[in-house]
Design a protein around this ligand. Sequence first.
Ligand code: SAH
Length: 264
Amino acid sequence: MSDLGFKRCEASSTNGLHVVRRAGTVLSLCLLQAVLLRIANSQLTEAPDFATARLRMVEEQLTAPGRDIKNPRVLDAMAAVPRHEFVPASLREFAYLDEPLPIGFHQTISQPFIVAFMTEQLDPKPTDRVLEIGTGSGYQAAVLSRLVAEVYTIEILEPLAKRAEADLKRLGFSNVKVLAGDGYKGWPEFAPFDSIIVTCAPDQIPQALVDQLQDGGRMIIPVGTLGDQKLYLLRKHGKTIEKQAVLPVAFVPMKREPEVQDKP
Ligand code: SAH
């Protein structure tokens, strides 16, 4: 932008008779403009860099062969949501790497590919109401919020729930409701949900969540212990639950309430 500023000034300084005096005035105006543009640019440098990194993330980590995320709405959401706003400030430069990152309290924000993969498996529709268990940073909820009507998300660690709620509000994700509570119970007040996404791993699929899933709905959930964990896609048809293992994964365990005493 500062280059463009210079060019515009040069063009206007070469016409007219009083070239020397006018050129002097124009030159100082040019310098002032250039300095102001540089200051403005230096304050904005982060935004274009993050936007470029995010587009590269979509290409290299999501649509690339072997990754094969195809749903265009999911890809658009991944290209739009600022992941760097959901990681600790000291880790922002790593926000668009192909990795999970720590978010404090011994928890992590999932790898972008896993977020995109799980979201795609839910086949989200603009009218859906979705329940998430394991708010963490709020990033997955933010991605979903662009794709569905309402997102309900539960986080067992209260400081994380509060921080995610504040971040989601600050960034304008206004169709997300956050609850500090135990995800094993679901959120009966707002059930049934068109789909449910669980981003921490229980030993078994919690019955309360199956009960709160709409007939015809989908649930994506990691089950098992670290090292022996699989992501399952469940589809509910009346009383029948169709269950399909879709990917080996490594999520943090889904805690039971009495264990909730983690320090940052
Ligand atoms: N979806 C998150 C990442 C989740 S990490 C994101 O986008 O950043 C898993 C989260 O599940 C952790 O924050 C952990 O505290 C939470 N969790 C663990 N057990 C839980 C439970 N029983 N109920 C609700 N949240 C739980």
